[in-house]
Design a protein around this ligand. Structure first.
Ligand SMILES: CC(C)(COP(=O)(O)OP(=O)(O)OC[C@H]1O[C@@H](n2cnc3c(N)ncnc32)[C@H](O)[C@@H]1OP(=O)(O)O)[C@@H](O)C(=O)NCCC(=O)NCCS
Length: 181
């Protein structure tokens, strides 16, 4: 049942500490599972402090079921034509109910509203083996209209992250031209 709601607190919002903890815990728990085998022990996807910064910048959209946060996505401008979404997360207890799909559509709508007609995303992908979560995502993003447009070595794009990887990975870049409507 799709009775969750999506919202994007505006730039300048100082989220409650409990909200920041819930968001960072949710993202870290979900990514620990979804990116199992890609990171060395102890590496985490984010922190409450980082989520606080992103929220303050007006970049974190959340999905709520009642008062409970069940998903989020980070949306940010890249240039005047392009936005990016990342940190897409749905609570495992509420999967398959359209939260992920609606968060992506919400991010695309926000990009269009800001005058940007291209959405990009990066998919961290192991270089020499197949990861089931990443295979699912590659297929799903393609079904949503995203095209693979490039590959960057993590070492080149995010040198600080490279030492935390447990296996060589690439950032596969996907883009979609957004249509009004
Ligand atoms: C990606 C993610 C946000 C999707 O969340 P979700 O709320 O379950 O997604 P939806 O309910 O909108 O479903 C998305 C697609 O997955 C499919 N799907 C959902 N549950 C499924 C299941 N149990 N088995 C197979 N496919 C499933 C749906 O059919 C849908 O495909 P469609 O749009 O072609 O019909 C969620 O799986 C997640 O948090 N993954 C881990 C984090 C991650 O990898 N994020 C992206 C990093 S780039």
């Amino acid at each position: 049942m799709n009775d969750f709601r999506l919202s994007l607190p505006p730039a300048g919002t100082h989220a409650e500490p409990a909200v920041l903890t819930r968001l960072s815990d949710l993202v870290n728990e979900v990514y620990a599972e979804a990116e199992k085998g890609l990171w060395r022990a102890g590496a985490t996807r984010t922190s409450a402090a980082e989520v606080a910064e992103m929220t303050l910048a007006g970049q974190i959209a959340v999905a709520c079921l009642g008062e409970h946060i069940v998903g989020c996505v980070r949306i940010r401008p890249i240039d005047e034509h392009t936005a990016e979404f990342g940190m897409l997360t749905a609570d495992p207890a509420h999967r398959g109910q359209g939260i992920g799909r609606d968060l992506v559509a919400f991010a695309e709508r926000r990009a269009l509203d800001s005058g940007r007609r291209v959405m990009r995303l990066e998919l961290l992908t192991p270089r020499s083996w197949t990861h089931p979560s990443k295979e699912f995502l590659a297929g799903w993003y393609t079904r949503l209209g995203y095209e693979r447009t490039g590959v960057n070595a993590v070492d080149d794009s995010y040198p600080a992250l490279a030492p935390l990887l447990a296996t060589p990975c690439d950032m596969v870049v996907y883009r979609k031209h957004l249509e009004e409507g």
